[in-house]
Design a protein around this ligand. Structure first.
Ligand SMILES: [Zn+2]
Length: 246
């Protein structure tokens, strides 16, 4: 019952501000401002200056999880630092895309006479985590755009994709998120995103399917409406897959 009391958000919110855990203060602020904070949402503007304190609070919470799992984190040398390792890993690595602001994408003008008007397809390796089971998702995204008035550096496509991926995601949502953020960064309306990924929650548990592969596609603008553009996109993906080292 102690833990229930400790984690009851209403109790926390009744306490004086300076005695409350930081995550409780931030959660209340987001609720009051109507800010959604689902596993796949970026909340970097609420977190930046408070990350160290939030990692301390998450460490304490993971200690309770290990205790509840009846793991001896006092004498088992391999479990002694696990709560802190988990807290840091969530904040700084596997969910970093929730807590860090969008990558800085300098856009270069593409409006001269000899502007590039063709299709660009970038292959980006992804590491993500499913929101349902917190199991790893490994895969690649193929990001296609028809160049608009701005171009961004090639590495930025992958930075954006990884920023979207390093959260708790559903592959369907992730595909949408990447397409939207690429549109935002490039100003291009014609964008296609195709993701191929394996899911730890299908491989390590449940159906234990070791060769399952999930594909998702999001098509915007000409990628959706023009059969030729769509075909070129998928032909390019095929060329990349024939080329890419496995
Ligand atoms: Zn899952």
């Amino acid at each position: 019952m102690v833990y229930e009391k400790m984690y009851n958000s209403n109790d926390e919110e009744d306490a004086p501000m300076d005695q409350r855990p930081m995550h409780s203060v931030i959660r209340q602020m987001m609720q009051q401002q109507g800010k959604r904070f689902w596993a796949g949402d970026n909340i970097s503007e609420y977190v930046t200056r408070n990350k160290d304190r939030l990692i301390d609070e998450a460490t304490e919470a993971f200690e309770h999880v290990l205790d509840a799992l009846l793991i001896d984190r006092k004498t088992d040398p391999n479990s002694q630092g696990t709560a802190r390792r988990l807290a840091k890993m969530y904040y700084n690595e596997i969910m970093a895309g929730r807590y860090e602001p969008a990558p800085d994408c300098t856009a270069f003008p593409n409006d001269s006479e000899d502007r590039y008007e063709g299709m660009l397809v970038v292959r980006s390796e992804l590491r993500s985590m499913c929101s349902h089971h917190h199991q790893p998702v490994n895969g690649v995204a193929y990001i296609g755009i028809i160049a608009a008035e701005k171009l961004i550096g090639l590495s930025k496509y992958t930075r954006i994709a990884q920023w979207c991926a390093r959260r708790g995601t559903l592959q369907e949502e992730l595909c949408n998120d990447i397409a939207r953020e690429i549109q935002k960064a490039t100003g291009a309306k014609d964008v296609g995103v195709y993701i191929q990924a394996t899911h730890g929650c299908c491989e390590n548990r449940g159906i234990m399917a070791h060769s399952s592969l999930t594909q998702t596609t999001v098509l915007k603008g000409a990628f959706k409406d023009d059969a030729g553009t769509k075909k070129e996109f998928f032909d390019n993906i095929k060329l990349q897959q024939d080329f890419a080292p496995r």
